[in-house]
Design a protein around this ligand. Structure first.
Ligand code: SF4
Length: 372
């Protein structure tokens, strides 16, 4: 049966996708304007299956947030707190190391470490934290510190971004997460996160990290006050940097969660908008290998559907998620490995456990090995 395209504006884009041609800014805007989400999903699925066949990746990871104390006051944030706030916390180094190993029987392959911009913790504290983790968990990949945290540590410690990254790498950082990118558009950034580095600075930190051999992820926060044009501009700026460095492994579209933030009047995103963002990012980011449907943010059920709308990754076990749960996420704080296998299989995909660099992981009862 031939594909029935409801929105005729998508027909030229469908032809480009079939021919493997790069999509333009105008194509991206059309993709954000259409409500023909089935044709959109069909196109994204074609690209996704071309790249990854029937496989959906997941990993066994643990999130660690060493502190929620933050000098910035981004309106989009429900996580960061001032040092004087009685609810604020900062772990000691021993607490970070103890949290990393606490109460989890399945061997994790990755620690995902992000936190607030602490006024007093300097670069050396983070290097010590990383060295301690590497010493205790030598097989675990350390994906630590967003571009925003790196820039803050450089400022706080009065050294360059390059030196900051080199010292963190020497101390044990293996790659960087993709958070803090939000939306690069200055007009939007001034309203939602005016204390953060700007979009150009975020990209420059990523460029420097990639140059010294630290791969990273990248993200986009949608569903607040941005327009479709702002989203496409953001995606194209990521695509441009990827053409230059090839350092992004995965793109993660992140839905804005407004609860407990100064922007709580903004309605939450819908499932329609969530799968649309997965699909558009798969189509526009033709040079970024993986698109992740982050189950914590979009719920396991939408993350499952997203595996048919361009995503090839569902994230990991997580264990203890604070950032989205402070902003009202009602999802569980962790999923077991078996839950992830079930979600992926039910969506008709073949689950493959990966390490952070997408190498397959083979498990026995008590240990794991990475196929290189
Ligand atoms: S989003 Fe990040 S930088 Fe901004 S207030 Fe929250 S923790 Fe701090």
């Amino acid at each position: 049966m031939p594909l029935i395209v409801d929105d005729r504006r998508l027909e030229p884009i469908l032809r480009k996708v079939g021919a493997g041609e790069r999509l333009t800014f105008e194509d991206g805007v059309t993709l954000y304007r259409t409500s023909d989400v089935l044709t959109l999903g069909y196109m994204a699925n074609v690209v996704r299956e071309r790249l990854h066949g029937n496989v959906t990746y997941f990993n066994v990871n643990r999130h660690i947030n060493p502190t929620d104390v933050c000098v910035a006051s981004c309106r989009l944030c429900a996580f960061g707190k001032k040092a004087r706030d009685p609810k604020a916390y900062t772990m000691s180094l021993e607490q970070v190391w103890e949290t990393a190993g606490r109460g989890w029987t399945e061997a994790v392959t990755e620690f995902h470490i992000v936190g607030g911009l602490h006024p007093e913790l300097g670069l050396e504290w983070y290097c010590e934290m990383l060295r301690g983790l590497k010493q205790r968990f030598p097989k675990v990949h350390l994906k630590a510190l967003t571009m925003v945290e790196i820039a803050w540590l450089a400022t706080r410690s009065k050294v360059t971004v390059l030196e900051t990254l080199e010292r963190l790498k020497k101390a044990g950082v293996d790659s960087l997460p993709g958070g803090g990118a939000e939306i690069f558009c200055d007009r939007v950034r001034r309203i939602i996160c005016d204390h953060k580095i700007d979009g150009g600075q975020w990209l420059e930190v990523a460029r420097t990290a990639h140059r010294i051999g630290l791969p990273s992820n990248c993200t986009m926060l949608y569903g607040h006050i941005e327009t479709g044009e702002d989203r496409v501009d953001h995606l194209l700026r990521l695509r441009e940097l990827q053409d230059e460095t090839g350092g992004f492994a995965t793109f993660i579209p992140l839905a804005f969660h407004p609860d407990n933030t100064p922007l709580r009047h903004i309605p939450k995103t819908t499932g329609f908008e969530d799968v649309r963002n997965v699909a558009v990012s798969r189509l526009m980011l033709d040079n970024i290998p993986h698109i992740k449907a982050y189950w914590v943010m979009m719920t396991p059920r939408i993350a499952q559907v997203a595996q048919r709308f361009g995503a090839d990754d569902i994230d990991g076990t997580v264990v203890e998620e604070k950032i989205y749960h402070d902003a009202g996420a009602r999802t569980s704080q962790s999923l077991r490995r078996g839950d992830l296998l079930r979600l992926i299989r039910q969506s008709g995909r073949e689950p493959v456990e990966r390490d952070t660099l997408y190498r397959p992981v083979v498990r026995s009862e008590t240990t794991f090995s990475v196929l290189v």
